[in-house]
Design a binder for this molecule. Sequence first.
Ligand SMILES: Cc1cc2nc3c(=O)[nH]c(=O)nc-3n(C[C@H](O)[C@H](O)[C@H](O)COP(=O)(O)O)c2cc1C
Ligand code: SF4
Ligand code: SF4
Length: 270
Amino acid sequence: MMDKDFIRLNSEACIRCGFCIDDCPTCVLEMGEAGPQVREDQCIECGHCVSVCPTEAIDNIRTPRAGQETIDPAKLPSKESAAYFLRTRRSIRGFRPEPVPRETVLELLDLARLAPTGGNTQNVQFHIIDNRGTLKKVTEAAMTWAKRRLNLAPHLASMVAFHQATGKDNVLRDAPCMILTLMDETTAPLFRQNGRFMLTYAELYAPVLGLGSCWAGWAEAAAISGDPGILEVLNLPPGRIVTGAIVVGIPRYRHRRIPARRPLAVSWGD
Ligand SMILES: Cc1cc2nc3c(=O)[nH]c(=O)nc-3n(C[C@H](O)[C@H](O)[C@H](O)COP(=O)(O)O)c2cc1C
Ligand code: SF4
Ligand code: SF4
């Protein structure tokens, strides 16, 4: 039986602006006599009906207002500082040898998990490897995988040759910590992207915690391809697949300048 009893409305406070109805991703609400009412029970518990209401007239017991922090616009960054923050993010490939404290990793991921997820599924589990020996095995497994795919990218052969000649870790860059996003193996392709959004949040937030990060593309590609060698090293929980991977650590240096990018490419549909 459909449950329609999760919206609480103070109809005296409701000004019938309809914002809660318009912002509902799954069109759960419709305007009734007394204000918004449940049309269909497809609530994905995003909290928007409550957070968008200008008069605190509506509550949703599945995602209650009591659990929502009020936004203070004065705390938001200016246009300049937000742009500067985004423009100064850089991939870091040189790390100090000391480990990242686990509480710092958790602080990073507790922010990263707030990234948007398709259907508000929040279907991401983080798998963290901070054991030096295991990280070394990940690098070797990714390198073995790459050697069989030298035709994938022109720079791959050169990178493999460099690793063989020097023994340097040009896969994980000797980072003390690797963070992978895991999902249930039955996850639909669209929702597999969710882990990447969280890792992107992590990359943006890392410098605020004194960390640097870089996408671990080779290791990620090997794991996503289902390579048995790297999967054995990663030792995933049962039924889980890898959908993304980054490394983090304390940077050995900082960037002094912002590299230029190609010009903005756009096309407008008619
Ligand atoms: C891959 C992806 C696909 C999404 N598709 C839709 C969509 O088709 N329609 C929609 O209203 N919201 C869509 N969303 C937004 C999510 O519903 C939203 O991120 C989630 O409910 C959490 O809300 P928030 O982004 O305000 O934090 C999508 C988000 C992602 C990441
Ligand atoms: S919590 Fe989100 S999905 Fe559920 S009714 Fe409110 S706006 Fe719609
Ligand atoms: S957003 Fe608030 S005030 Fe506006 S219609 Fe919904 S419950 Fe009423």
